[in-house]
Design a protein around this ligand. Sequence first.
Ligand SMILES: [Mn+2]
Length: 429
Amino acid sequence: MKQSLRTLIEAHNEKARGPLQSDYAHLGEQLARRGVDIDAVRQRVAAFGLAIPSWGVGTGGTRFARFPGAGEPRHVFDKIQDCAVVHQLTGATPSVSLHIPWDKCSDWSELRQTAHAQGLSFDAINSNTFSDQPGQAHSYKFGSLSHTDAATRAQAVEHNVECIEIGRLLGSKALTVWVGDGSNFPGQSHFRRAFERYLDSSRQIYAELPGDWRMFLEHKIAEPAFYSTVIQDWGSSFLAASTLGPKAQCLVDLGHHAPNVNIEMIVSRLIGAGKLAGFHFNDSKYGDDDLDAGSVSPYRLFLVFNELVAAAHEQVNGFDPAYMLDQSHNVTDPIESLMSSAVQVQRSYAQALLVDRGALDAAQEANDALAATQLLQRAFQTDVDPILQRVRVDAGRAVDPVVAYRASAYRQRMAQDRPAILSSGGGIV
Ligand SMILES: [Mn+2]
């Protein structure tokens, strides 16, 4: 399979080589006139990678229904196989973010070796105390780390510690914690006490982190709790991360904010405070829609990257965000969505690299609002496809990943190799 896909990619790229050379040269000339070295941009894009969430390769769903696709992964080894296809075709996704218990397996060292053989490593590991597992002693119906019952909190802490242990075996360096804790009715929960209980539990988890690990706290405004959530916004997340210590940082999931919130400014605040853990990229129209990254608001994604590129440019101390996708693919082939989303994230990064930082600084200092915003628009409106395509072709990846993927008939083969099962672990956080 691996070899045949490589052969297919080579044939696919061969046809595109001539036009790409011409497009790249033309864009290079245009950028040179703007004082931008296209090869320097290309090299930085080539060094950029983001993690695929293991749950993203399965078909997602909503509260109402899930419509399974053909050839879905049945277990974590199938998921690694699908993630490898995404990386082989795009070259943009060298790591996988696992979720426990959905990805539990009997041999972690075999899993690690299987992933490494495919060129994949393991990014942050995700715990789950937002749903009950069969045989679990205490229910999370009314919360986990902030539950009123001490035994339930202890069970949730223990699960996170187990996730750290699994992550160590896989080479992960971070634990991502999102809790569904909160309330559905005014008066149901004592806000301050619930937050204190969350902090107390989180301290116990924090104490178990290896020295070179980080703890990513993911906030979310609502769902499944629809009146209040314990870690509802970046303020609560920042407060918790600051209380816990330097290894705790705030993870920004683009879909976890109120409509129209200025996410790029939140990102800049967290960067300034040394508390930006990283991202769960996706897009939304109304709420936590988990749509494909950049599919609705590509300018917002660009503006987030504008902050990130500025921080790197200004060499902000300790700036080292983790990049992950977190989406629900309800009506598309998950592999196709993951590939196009990874490319979309790369695109935003490449566009942000085109911003003339010196000119922007000068416009800001001079309070020239129009010039400043035009500098951003100019970068965003540049078609950077030739750069992205060149990065892929140079690395032996497909010039057009979706076209090559469809030609490979991978999904059709998986539909035969992987008999459908009634339910596969899945969900969106
Ligand atoms: Mn998320």
